[in-house]
Ligand binder design. Structure first.
Ligand code: NAD
Length: 420
């Protein structure tokens, strides 16, 4: 996976004048820590789970990235996602490097108390890696604000100081930021609306959404309220479709009870096999589930004109080529889902200042960021005649290369300074 992700970096470098030092720094992670988390289960037995935290690059600041609990988590996945975070933070111009964490496990097999023990054990094992000026975790797949609260509490107990800025995505009552919950979807939504005319999208356009968790649910709400028609949705158990539009509130209550699939059979709603979502007839496809969901085997079947990548790395490089040949525009992950880390950054700033911003301020600042950086990427793509993904990498890489170059110059000057 990392090799695949780096191929996009090398491609972007072809459009810039980059020194070998930049690649030397970015070709592999700075630090990956591995642990085995042993916890006591409710029945008295003990169980252990492999876990990782990767700090990929900290040129631009303390590293930042979510922690996921998922059976497919691996060191390769964690390092790849940490690389994507490095590029994302550079692209959106945040003073952060990139990181990621993960535990290889199925959260559905754990009770709430077992989940709490696991979250606390994660922090015990990685307490020396994380810190408000070093590495700041956040929620990701199958982790949420409650898990972040347990983690922040454990960190405070270990260091002997209340340290809210060590973790973002916390509950509001414990220093979380207003607007963090739907930030990933809202950032993608602001970007999409800002570029809607150029993308040929109008309210009323049909939307298919893969994944109905934090990112998928909120984008459905935002797009539904803006007049888009949600015609198909899937989650890990399957999917539903309705050509006259699905009711988002009903989807949310069905998901709360287990899966969106329970809506099938009511009001003209039909079942949709999960792997058929990408080929649904629609104008906009939102990918909000896992990696590699659009690949060489199904990319040719995509009918949407525009794809919004709220998930990380949902399209493989081979699929990118097929989509590009079909003139399908992809709003790429490192730009389209950057709303989450942007509001995480706002949370970190508020925690450090002992402040709390009104929701209007959070939304306004998020909107400005998404529109500004979205425009920069769009302009680069036009100027260079490249895809938005390539342009996003060029934009991020030029910032990172500038910082790495400035750092090297500083080291050079220190090395060359006359000895007294
Ligand atoms: P989540 O755990 O809240 O939801 C994941 C959803 O995906 C669930 O509805 C699950 O049922 C569904 N799913 C799993 N396998 C599926 C499959 N094969 N087909 C269809 N649906 C499937 O996770 P999330 O926070 O919404 O994250 C989703 C994606 O967005 C991930 O790639 C994550 O890295 C990315 N992301 C999330 C954030 C954030 O702030 N939450 C920020 C940036 C990127």
């Amino acid at each position: 996976m990392l090799h695949q992700a780096l191929s996009r970096l090398y491609e972007a470098a072809g459009h810039l004048d980059i020194t070998a030092d930049v690649f030397e720094k970015l070709k592999s992670p700075r630090e990956t820590t591995q642990a085995r988390l042993v916890i006591r289960m409710d029945d008295g037995a003990s169980k252990s789970y492999p876990a990782w935290r990767c700090r990929y690059d900290d040129t631009l600041g303390p590293t930042k990235g979510g922690i996921r609990f998922h059976p497919d988590v691996s060191i390769d996945e964690v390092e790849t996602l940490a690389f994507l975070m490095t590029m994302k933070c550079a692209l959106i111009n945040l003073p952060f490097g990139g990181a990621k964490g993960g535990v290889q496990m199925d959260i559905h097999n754990l009770s709430a108390t077992e989940q709490e023990r696991l979250a606390r054990r994660y922090v015990q094992c990685f307490a020396k890696v994380i810190g408000p000026n070093r590495d700041i975790p956040a929620p990701d797949l199958y982790t949420n604000s409650t898990i972040m609260a347990w983690m922040a509490d454990e960190y405070a107990a270990i260091v002997g100081e209340v340290t809210p800025a060590v973790i973002t995505g916390k509950p509001i009552a414990l220093g979380g930021s207003l607007g963090r919950e739907d930030a990933t979807a809202r950032g993608g939504y602001y970007l999409l609306l800002h570029q809607a005319q150029k993308l040929g999208l109008r309210p009323g356009a049909r939307v298919a959404i893969q994944g109905f968790g934090n990112a998928g649910k909120h984008i459905a709400q935002l797009l539904g309220a803006a007049g888009f028609k949600i015609v198909a949705v899937t989650d890990s158990k399957g999917g539903v479709q309705c050509s006259s539009g699905l009711d988002v509130d009903k989807l949310i209550s069905a998901k709360r009870q287990g899966s969106v699939t329970s809506l099938a059979g009511s009001d003209g709603v039909c079942t949709l096999p999960a792997d058929e979502l990408v080929s649904v007839d629609c104008e906009l496809l939102v990918l909000a589930a896992l990696e590699d969901m659009v690949h060489a085997g199904n990319a040719a079947r995509v009918k949407a004109h525009v794809i919004l990548e709220l998930a990380n790395a949902p399209i493989t490089p081979e699929a990118d080529k097929i989509l590009n040949a079909k003139s399908i525009v992809v709003l790429p992950d490192i730009l389209a889902n950057a709303g989450g880390v942007t509001v995480s950054y706002f949370e970190w700033v508020q925690n450090r200042q002992g402040d709390s911003w009104p929701i209007e301020q959070v939304h306004a600042r998020l909107k400005t960021k998404m529109e500004q950086e979205g425009d920069a990427v769009w302009t680069l793509a036009q100027e260079k005649g490249i895809t938005l993904r390539s342009a996003a990498y060029v934009h991020a890489l030029s910032r990172l290369a500038g910082a790495i170059g400035a750092q090297d110059m500083q080291h050079f000057l220190i090395a060359e300074a006359p000895k007294r």
